[in-house]
Design a protein around this ligand. Structure first.
Ligand SMILES: C[S@@+](CC[C@H](N)C(=O)[O-])C[C@H]1O[C@@H](n2cnc3c(N)ncnc32)[C@H](O)[C@@H]1O
Length: 232
């Protein structure tokens, strides 16, 4: 009698032969791509990523490889299921473990099917540029989601916050809200287009937040408490 198997069981069987690689691009400039990541890209039959990421990788992608530009996530899952027996590499920005597609892929496919190659995150790159460590900072994101940064910045256990931003919750809107809620003694660091030729790092004190009233490119925001933070 024929045995009916679930899609998860089928995927796990396929995994014995082939895994879907998920490669962290790092901050973006190809110089930061890992050797393991380059191998996964070169060996893939199908490479999946955003237009910008695929353009960043154009020197290592060959014409024989199939390209899939990321769009709707449910369509991606259908495409992956249809092509799971081929060698696939998915590119994600920064680190695979920090606000990436990985949880969505694990939930909708199977954790076992993924071969994850991490890389440095945009925020790690920015801290390194500043010559500072990040272990006492809290990592969060306001990119299309809510996060109570006013409550969190006042947590005595942390040195500051790292926020991924978007066009609506941008560095100006965030710092304006912090300032209007009485936050002082805070250094604001904005890293735009990190690792690219047009990289821009802006550093100012919260009192000067009005200087941030401009358009921003893709950016990471660090909010670093000063020594006198919280003292009147
Ligand atoms: C979907 S999240 C992915 C974060 C990524 N996994 C990481 O580790 O950096 C996208 C956000 O990351 C940040 N980002 C990614 N690459 C960046 C870069 N090169 N420069 C500045 N910000 C970047 C921006 O805040 C962007 O909105």
């Amino acid at each position: 009698m024929e045995k009916v198997i679930t899609i998860k069981e089928w995927l796990v069987n396929v995994v014995q032969l082939n895994k879907i690689n998920v490669v962290g691009l790092g901050p973006g400039n190809i110089k930061y791509l890992s050797t393991a990541g380059i191998d996964c890209i070169k060996q893939a039959e199908i490479i999946i990523g955003s237009t910008r990421q695929l353009s960043d990788l154009k020197t290592i992608i060959s014409e024989k490889q199939e390209i899939y530009i990321l769009g709707k996530l449910n369509e991606l899952i259908t495409y992956l299921k249809e092509n799971v027996e081929r060698k696939i590499t998915i590119i994600v920005s920064g680190d695979t473990g920090y606000y990436s597609l990985v949880p969505y892929l694990s939930k909708n496919l199977s954790k076992n099917i993924l071969n994850i190659i991490p890389n440095i995150s945009s925020y790690q790159y920015l801290f390194s540029k500043l010559g500072e460590n990040w272990q006492n900072f809290r990592l969060a994101s306001v990119h299309g989601r809510e996060f109570d940064y006013i409550k969190n910045i006042n947590d005595e256990d942390i040195e500051g916050l790292v926020l991924l931003t978007d066009d609506i919750q941008n560095p100006y809107e965030i710092t304006k809200k912090l300032y209007n809620n009485g936050i002082r003694n805070l250094t604001v660091i904005v890293g735009e287009n990190l690792s690219y030729d047009n990289e821009k790092i802006t550093i100012l004190e919260i009192e000067d937040y009005k200087k941030l009233n401009r358009k921003f490119d893709m950016n990471v925001l660090i909010l670093k408490k000063g020594e006198n933070y919280g003292k009147k």
